[in-house]
Design a protein around this ligand. Structure first.
Ligand code: NAD
Length: 281
């Protein structure tokens, strides 16, 4: 569940569930407050609450900001690992906000990229991409979207756009797109015609069609749920993945399981390292 709350342009919601194998029960509450710069805070704000699955008693409160950036970048990188065209050398970044640096770093861990090109609706933010590429030892160039779509083998989009940025005609050749920004009804980064011609993957099919990037092509009737494959099917070898597709898109909508898994792991680490603060409730 994720909705506008009619205050500070904020989008707020919950992602919850139970991972029975790791015994992580809980929820993440939070979202996106686009005016947070005036408070000296990043726009994404969230907290994960874990509960004891044996009793239902709350067991931990974990700051979710860093964990969200890491797990979202990891999800994108998993899609790149499994779906990028062979020999991918050029990484294209659309978006230069807080998440973008984490995204680029995770992509560089799974791909053999030789250069990064980037575009952002607010060009003054592009220094983040240039600095991150420099940290990774990769050359960076700011480009317009037609060049980005034509040259990049892998594209990550991670903006808070509410209208398509990357158009169908701009994407040339074998390309994988990790569409990571759209996680709420109404948000959009890609031309629905691009979605309609691509082979489609996501973390959670129902979510991709309702609040993810695929909501628009779905609403227009140009795709249906049978056109979308859960990325897990590719990872487990039950789906061929890219196959002979020219364009693949992974719609990373963000699922509670990711948040509970990373929060559970971090609580274990914090306890081991004596960094967890124990409180009576
Ligand atoms: P940020 O506020 O730090 O950066 C915002 C980015 O979006 C910048 O690139 C900015 O130029 C661009 N932008 C802002 N307003 C825009 C507009 N009206 N039209 C087009 N672009 C605009 O945000 P962030 O923390 O980097 O997050 C980026 C996006 O990723 C957000 O939409 C956030 O909700 C989403 N997100 C998704 C997941 C997921 O699991 N899929 C997880 C975390 C964040």
């Amino acid at each position: 569940m994720r909705e506008a709350i009619g205050h500070e342009d904020a989008l707020y919601g919950f992602k919850g569930g139970f991972d029975k194998s790791a015994l992580n029960l809980g929820l993440k509450a939070g979202g996106y407050w686009p005016n947070n710069q005036k408070h000296g805070l990043i726009n994404h704000q969230s907290t994960v609450f874990l509960f004891d699955p044996d009793t239902g008693r709350v067991s931990a409160a974990v700051g979710g900001n860093l964990l969200t950036a890491l797990r979202t970048a990891a999800a994108s990188a998993v899609s790149i690992k499994h779906l990028a065209p062979e020999g991918a050398k050029v990484l294209g970044m659309i978006g230069a906000g807080h998440q973008s640096a984490f995204q680029m770093k995770a992509a560089a861990r799974v791909g053999q990229f030789e250069r990064v090109i980037g575009w952002n609706p607010h060009p003054e933010m592009l220094t983040r991409l240039a600095d991150t590429a420099a940290e990774l030892g990769l050359p960076f160039e700011a480009v317009e979207l037609p060049r980005l779509g034509a040259e990049a083998d892998v594209i990550i989009s991670i903006t808070s756009a509410f209208e398509p940025l990357l158009m169908n005609g701009q994407v040339k050749g074998r390309t994988h797109i990790a569409a990571m920004g759209t996680d709420t009804k109404g948000k959009q980064e890609l031309d629905p015609a691009l979605v309609a011609r691509a082979r489609l993957f996501t973390d959670e099919i129902a979510q991709s069609l309702s609040i993810g990037e695929f909501q628009h092509a779905s609403a227009a009737g140009s795709i249906s749920d049978s056109d979308v494959t859960a990325i897990g099917q590719v990872i487990t070898g039950n789906h061929e993945g890219r196959g002979d597709a020219e364009v693949t898109i992974f719609d990373g909508t963000g699922v509670g399981l990711q948040d509970l898994a990373v929060a559970g792991a971090v609580v274990d680490l914090a306890r081991q390292q004596g960094k967890a603060i124990e409180v009576e409730i």
